[in-house]
Design a binder for this molecule. Structure first.
Ligand SMILES: *[C@@H]1O[C@H](CO)[C@@H](O)[C@H](O)[C@H]1NC(C)=O
Length: 422
């Protein structure tokens, strides 16, 4: 048979998207700096820092639910979801001087991107748990903005004449004007990308090594609604990405981590992907029919899981998390308000897993350990019992899980896949 080359190319594309949800080796790499979140350099649990992160996580997801309600209505919520009050701060004084840290380390997976013409460079947290892009504005005169890169309107910038407001708690908010401009991440360039240039940033964000955030979740979680188009979606719509797919490898501070845009990076994983459909209308990368196990014991089944690269730990319903730690000898509740538990540091705990109907995806003992406390014989576990209002039987699955796998997020197939890291 004789095909014209254009027909062949179209056919190949159609076939490859049938055969595998992910187009490989056509994308671009963003490498990340180290992340060093929950412990200081000596491996001690940093109670204050982690609690700040819990508060931020709570308020981030509260913002998401407010956006979702406005963009898609309450019917898009998970069963049992509710917009909870802001979480402000830990009600009790710091328990003891766990933190030996006197210098903030990177809290997020940060990589580079540019905005404007000519390109202005920013250091960004790539977040699958939100959908907006924001960076500091040149108009930000706060001390918190001083060390950060700031956006100056460029020749391709257009003021969209809308206010952007996002509250993070701890008396701090992020707000500013909404703009559109050319945005480029690892050579993937889009024009007219809406984003916010913020004039106020929170104290807690000031200490971080990032300038801003690039959200990788679905448009219905966007604060920016004019228009509502997160970066990857804009890139697909403009043809700058062949596939609206991205892959993550998040690893320990000393080994390379990467976001791969437009597919998955086969040099970083082995074997087949196990894909699961995104369920619900929440705008999150949410998978259904999940299960949490420890050894042969099923701790929770038929759960919803929201995959969030912008969250450090794993959060589950308090009763289910209590059942998980019940199955770990020597564990105990450490901070009832925050939902932290301790486990013996020497527990060779490597049998906690998530399962979505395929294989068991294990959390390594190292990734289950969020750092030592007390005399150093107890360590905080990476699974926290806290309800952010995201829904009944809904778990928020952050980096303590994602570090164990190579993950792929596909807007094209509305699915999330996991593969074994090389
Ligand atoms: C900074 O403020 C000026 C004056 O209000 C305004 O015209 C400009 O658009 C602002 N720049 C940014 C990046 O928001």
């Amino acid at each position: 048979m004789h095909f014209k080359s254009t027909t062949l190319a179209a056919l190949a594309l159609a076939l490859s998207s049938k055969a595998s949800p992910v187009h490989q080796e056509t994308g671009r790499r963003v490498s990340f700096h180290r992340r060093h979140a929950m412990t200081d350099n000596n491996g001690w649990f940093d109670h204050d820092e982690v609690s700040r992160q819990v508060i931020r996580t709570h308020n981030k997801h509260r913002n998401n639910l407010v956006n979702l309600e406005r963009n898609a209505g309450r019917e898009a919520f998970n069963e049992g979801a509710e917009i909870k009050p802001f979480m402000e701060h830990h009600p009790v004084e710091r328990r003891q001087a766990e933190s030996l840290m006197d210098e903030k380390s990177d809290t997020y997976w940060v990589g580079k991107m540019t905005i404007g013409t000519p390109a202005q460079q920013f250091t960004i947290d790539f977040d699958t748990g939100s959908s907006d892009l924001w960076v500091p504005s040149t108009n930000c005169t706060m001390e918190a903005c001083a060390p950060k890169h700031k956006y100056t309107p460029s020749s391709t910038g257009v003021n969209l004449d809308h206010a952007f407001y996002m509250y993070y708690g701890d008396s701090s908010a992020v707000h500013g004007e909404t703009w559109s401009d050319t945005v480029s991440v690892a050579g993937v360039k889009v024009t007219d990308q809406p984003f916010s240039a913020v004039t106020t940033i929170t104290k807690s964000l000031a200490a971080e090594a990032t300038d801003g955030i690039l959200g990788l979740a679905f448009p219905s979680l966007s604060t920016i609604t004019h228009p509502q188009s997160p970066f990857v979606n804009t890139a697909k719509a403009q043809g700058s990405l062949e596939a609206a797919v991205f892959g993550f490898k998040l690893s320990k501070p000393d080994s390379p981590s990467e976001l791969y845009l437009g597919g998955t990076d086969s040099s970083l994983y082995k074997g087949q992907f196990e894909y699961h459909p995104v369920v619900g209308k929440t705008g999150y990368w949410q998978l259904g029919n999940g299960k949490v196990t420890i050894g042969s014991k099923v701790v929770a089944s038929d759960i919803q899981t929201i995959m969030d690269s912008g969250t450090t730990l794993i959060y589950g319903p308090p009763d289910k998390v209590a059942a998980l730690y019940d199955a770990i000898p020597g564990s105990s509740l450490y901070d009832a308000y925050m939902g932290y538990y301790t486990i013996p540091c020497d527990a060779s705990l490597s049998n906690v897993a998530f399962n979505w109907g395929g294989k068991d995806w294990m959390i390594s003992a190292e990734n289950f350990n969020a750092g030592q406390v007390g005399e150093g014989f107890e360590c905080v576990g990476a699974v926290v019992g806290k309800d952010f209002g995201l829904g009944k039987d809904t778990w928020l699955v952050g980096d303590s899980f994602l570090k164990n796998v190579y993950s792929a997020f596909s807007f094209d197939d509305n699915s999330v896949g996991f593969a074994t890291l090389k």
